[in-house]
Design a protein around this ligand. Structure first.
Ligand SMILES: Nc1ncnc2c1ncn2[C@@H]1O[C@H](COP(=O)(O)OP(=O)(O)O)[C@@H](O)[C@H]1O
Ligand SMILES: [Mg+2]
Length: 236
């Protein structure tokens, strides 16, 4: 089953076209990655899919419904969640208050307690720090909180934009452990990363985006073996 089906997306900023007919699918319960150099259009693609910038051409289907023209808010209500590159936490609120803010979709409100237990089980450090002001957490902890807040909405599909950006090596390891745990729980995920090595190692399926176009796609382990990918993205 394809949870999210993106077909022929074109978009950009003002007159400048960035995406030139991008198509991709997220298989339910699997971890899909989009890798590509800085500036290849990864963030633009996520923002277009989410409806944060307009789609010029193409369509986005989620759970069988055409959601191309829906607002980001409506998409989030339906269970499509983006953890953005800039974390956008409420830095003067506590960890717990940030998590409460994540549980706003109607689907999530009823099971708030249960979902909170699940999130704290996944991220025990946040449980310890539940009453701490978010702005006083380390960068890595703030990233974990951003993920936790996304999880509080009980997403059907979770999209990450460069979650490892700016994290220490130890925190990157922690982060990928969390992503792997979510994968074991068969959460449908899309991971956008500049850390191509790591992204290809943990993912099931991979797309390589280059200058706003999908250059290669395939099972992640096959993409990892491709000569052009090894040369351009893995420095081998
Ligand atoms: N707000 C913006 N206005 C104009 N151009 C932008 C804006 N954001 C990104 N771009 C341009 O779009 C291209 C793709 O950027 P982006 O999607 O951020 O790439 P990536 O996430 O892969 O690094 C780049 O050339 C970038 O300069
Ligand atoms: Mg980006």
């Amino acid at each position: 089953m394809i949870a999210l089906d993106v077909k022929g997306i074109e978009s950009g900023y003002g007159e400048v076209q960035i995406l030139w007919g991008v198509s991709l699918g997220l298989e339910e319960g699997r971890l899909t990655t989009i890798v590509g150099s800085n500036g290849s259009g990864k963030t633009t693609l996520l923002r277009t899919v989410m409806g944060l910038i307009p789609t010029w051409k193409g369509s986005v289907t989620f759970d069988g419904s055409d959601i191309t023209r829906l607002s980001p808010h409506k998409k989030a209500q339906m269970g499509l969640v983006l953890i953005p590159e800039a974390r956008q936490l409420f830095t003067d609120m506590t960890v717990l208050e940030n998590l409460e803010m994540g549980a706003t979709p109607a689907r999530a409100r009823g099971d708030y307690r249960q979902t909170l237990d699940w999130v704290f089980d996944l991220l025990p450090r946040l449980a310890e720090r539940r009453n701490q002001i978010a702005g006083t957490l380390s960068g890595g902890e703030q990233q974990m909180l951003a993920i936790a807040r996304g999880l509080m909405s009980k997403p059907k599909a979770l999209m990450f934009d460069e979650p490892s950006l700016g994290l220490s090596p130890v925190m990157v390891t922690n982060l990928f452990e969390v992503i792997l745990k979510l994968k074991q729980q068969e959460i449908t995920m899309l991971l956008v990363e500049q850390n191509v090595q790591l992204a290809l190692a943990v993912s099931d399926y991979a797309y390589v985006l280059s200058n706003g176009r999908i250059e290669f796609e395939g099972e992640a382990r096959q993409v990892r073996e491709m000569e052009a990918v090894r040369r351009t993205y893995l420095g081998l």
